[in-house]
Unconditional design. Structure first.
Length: 66
């Protein structure tokens, strides 16, 4: 995603934390964050540590509130 310019992020203790997707940046003052789900289920790994296999479907959703 980062190589294609679709997403940007920062490195944290759990791997890459996505901050921007398709030009839309999460607003920390509103407690916004990008949630990664795989086939509708939330993943519990950093974006750069999530295993990807053929046929996997991932979603990125902008959430508000921690």
């Amino acid at each position: 995603m980062t190589e294609q310019g679709l997403a940007e992020g920062t490195d944290g203790p759990y791997g890459m934390f996505i901050t921007t997707v398709d030009g839309e940046t999460a607003d920390e003052s509103k407690e916004q964050w990008w949630c990664i789900t795989k086939s509708g289920e939330m993943v519990n790994t950093g974006a750069d540590q999530t295993p990807i296999q053929d046929q996997d479907i991932f979603e990125l959703t902008l959430k508000e509130g921690y």
